[in-house]
Design a protein around this ligand. Sequence first.
Ligand SMILES: [Zn+2]
Length: 307
Amino acid sequence: MTITIVGSPACALHNADPEHPEHPARMHSINDQIVSSGLELVVRFADAHPAHFDDLLLAHDKAFVQRVFDLAPSEKGDRVWIDDDTIMMEHTLKAALHSAGAGITAVDMVMANETQSAFCLVRPPGHHAGRSTSAGFCLFNNIAIAALHALEHRGLERVVILDFDVHHGDGTENIFQDDERVLFCSSFQHPFYPFNGDQPTRDGILNVPIPAGTKGSEYRELVNHWWQAIDDFKPQLIFVSAGFDAHAQDDLAHLRLVENDYVWLTEHIKAAADKHCNGHIISMLEGGYELKSLSRSAVAHVKALLG
Ligand SMILES: [Zn+2]
């Protein structure tokens, strides 16, 4: 069993205002925990190749991608707000291209059997970016681009995307709303940002709205039907939008998960991957804003991926 952590120093260059919750310390704290937990000794590391313009077109409209490139500031100190939450500054485009490229790098490594699974330690996150929109800290939809790279360029026909971030992966649902090659499982606090997802767009979109205050034991019951659905779908590769902002210590939202709940989720994902796709899982960091619970949960997730 091998797992590779795919990332890039470029992902830490995007640095919004100091009070913005999506900041470089998120990556640094997970890296620190990987070292202090001893995980560093048993995982491999790989550099993410940056995504190319054409790679982004797998999931996004050309005019939208061009607009993001055109808006990208080149001068130190310049700021462009894409929406109320999403800012671009001097190095944001470079970070976003490496974040999207990490998923492509991971798919290529997994499909070449260079690693069994991968965790992409990247930012900015991606799951709120739709076909023609950036939103909610997300410029491009990293997980969708990776999944479409596997489907369009690596010959796969069925993949699962499982999103346990506390926010609905509305961008991912938007991109795959007419694409039955993808089974999308998303749990999220509801009603809560982005205030949608309670009316899934098709069969094969398994959205689970979760009330504020829900604890791990109740959460597990609410998503427990996913495992049979994934088994029936027989995926050839499983992608995970791994956000850790449903943790009880994360004040950005109001669910009550703890590290063991992420281990439970990961063990079920791994069992399905072992049964249907040679253990191949590609997990990508999405949210998680309280640094201690974020780093502990991410490391618990990677350890569970290792088995
Ligand atoms: Zn989130």
